[in-house]
Write a protein that binds this ligand. Structure first.
Ligand SMILES: Nc1nc2c(c(=O)[nH]1)N[C@H]1C(S)=C(S)[C@@H](COP(=O)(O)OP(=O)(O)OC[C@H]3O[C@@H](n4cnc5c(N)ncnc54)[C@H](O)[C@@H]3O)O[C@H]1N2
Ligand code: MOO
Length: 397
């Protein structure tokens, strides 16, 4: 950023900084979930159910064998009268007492069969079959897993690979899911360049390459980014433009109190309401959550590690809220490594999980991503924490 005369309309003029967990809770609670839409299964992966997944057919759809063997009726011995393989599309006539039919796993069992005798315990000579009495039926009854019309997965659940497989099993081709939040990055700073080796006085944009896959992993649909200098009008125009087609605009840099930090000016220009303006965490204090109608603006600090922390604080819960999902609970683990005590701020530190527990990754600085690149999670260390007590954990994609 460039130096200009100091001004007073900075973020610390108005609202006190929000406690970290409260900022996260607000970012989740404030947005209304995006509209629902019906999409083919292949497009539903990773999205959120806007309506429960309801079985269109019972599962299993017909009584079928759980084993390769013989469907039998009566106590035995039995006469083998036929064979049914999977894929048969019409019912086999009911078994007569004392008879058996050879069946494949998944094949329809004939009506009135008592049980299936697996090959391993069957003794067949010619057409005559014998087996010891068994206490397992090995028959999967129609509808025993799910009835037609049964709600199998509640609204608000993520569409995981298992949910997609289940949807297909119960005869669905489409799922009703929340629209994917459309997000745009506005990367600001006269000093920021986007390719190659930065010359003296310049820095290479680290936030675009980091946040693009991170936001995708968190369920956003990324719109083309905007790169702007610190010229206040261009900056305000880029943010205002973005509100026309994005649900969320993420502004990187320009969030602090410096003369070129134009986020607050552009929020005023838009008539946006700032719900969070500063968060009591280290690093990543200068972060902003603002609303202009149904549009959300998140201001992240320019320091790249601080931007990652702020993304975890505000963007993660905001996208979850827009998707209509319940808030994602953090994992917890005990951290024993010493850390500078902080009675007032939540600290967000890079960690690795190993056989001997959680280890701090050394060398984290707000402006440097080396420690985060070597970490597999961020640990959330609450104010007043003491070594040996639990911390929250968020795995990094
Ligand atoms: N007087 C005060 N100064 C600062 C405060 C404060 O409270 N009072 N807060 C400090 C903290 S904490 C942070 S974090 C930064 C945040 O500043 P901004 O969000 O306004 O960002 P910039 O000033 O534009 O840049 C800060 C820093 O980050 C570099 N940067 C910016 N964008 C990128 C990018 N896309 N990729 C890589 N690096 C980037 C930029 O060159 C600066 O070095 O403010 C402190 N100051
Ligand atoms: O908190 Mo700033 O966000 O140190 O780097």
């Amino acid at each position: 950023m460039t130096i200009a005369p100091h001004h007073t309309d900075s973020h610390h003029s108005s609202r006190p900084a929000t406690e970290w967990a409260a900022a996260r809770a607000l970012a989740h609670r404030l947005p209304a979930p995006l509209p629902a839409e019906s999409v083919p299964l292949a497009s539903a992966a990773g999205r959120t159910l806007a309506a429960p997944l309801v079985a269109a057919v019972p599962l299993p759809g017909f009584d079928n064998s759980a084993m390769d063997g013989y469907a039998v009726r009566g106590p035995g011995p039995w006469r083998v009268v036929g064979r049914v393989l999977a894929g048969r599309t019409h019912a086999v006539g009911p078994l007569v007492e004392g008879t058996a039919v050879e069946v494949a796993t998944g094949a329809p069992v004939p009506g009135r069969a008592d049980r299936v005798v697996p090959y391993e315990v069957a003794d067949r000579i010619g057409d005559v079959l014998r087996a010891a009495p068994g206490d397992r039926w090995h028959i999967r009854r129609a509808g025993e897993y799910a009835a037609r019309g049964q709600e199998l997965v509640p609204a608000g659940s993520p569409v995981t690979p298992a949910v997609l497989g289940l949807a297909a099993s119960v005869g669905l081709d489409h799922l009703t899911v929340r629209a994917r939040p459309r997000a745009r990055l506005v990367i600001s700073g006269d000093e920021v360049i986007h390719a190659g080796r930065p010359p003296w006085g310049r820095v290479r944009d680290a936030i675009g390459p980091m946040l693009t896959p991170l936001l995708s992993a968190w369920g956003a649909d990324l719109l083309g980014p905007r790169m702007v200098g610190d010229q206040p009008d261009w900056f305000a125009e880029a943010v205002a433009d973005s509100t026309r087609d994005a649900d969320v605009t993420v502004v990187c840099g320009a969030s602090s109190v410096g003369p070129a930090d134009g986020l607050h000016a552009s929020l005023r220009h838009l008539g946006a309401v700032a719900h969070v303006d500063g968060v009591r965490c280290r690093p990543g204090h200068p972060q902003v959550l603002a609303q202009a109608g149904a549009h959300w603006i998140v201001g992240l600090p320019g320091n790249p590690y601080a931007a990652l922390v702020a993304a975890l604080t505000l963007i993660d819960p905001l996208l979850t809220g827009l998707a209509g999902r319940p808030p994602a609970d953090l994992d917890t683990a005990v951290l024993t490594d010493p850390l500078r005590l902080d009675e007032r701020n939540t600290r967000i530190v890079p960690v690795r999980r190993g056989a001997r527990g959680l280890r701090l990754v050394d060398g984290a600085h707000p402006g440097y991503l080396g420690a985060a690149a070597d970490a597999d999670a961020l640990a959330v260390v609450p104010p007043g924490w003491r070594p040996g007590t639990p911390v929250g954990l968020r795995t990094l994609p």
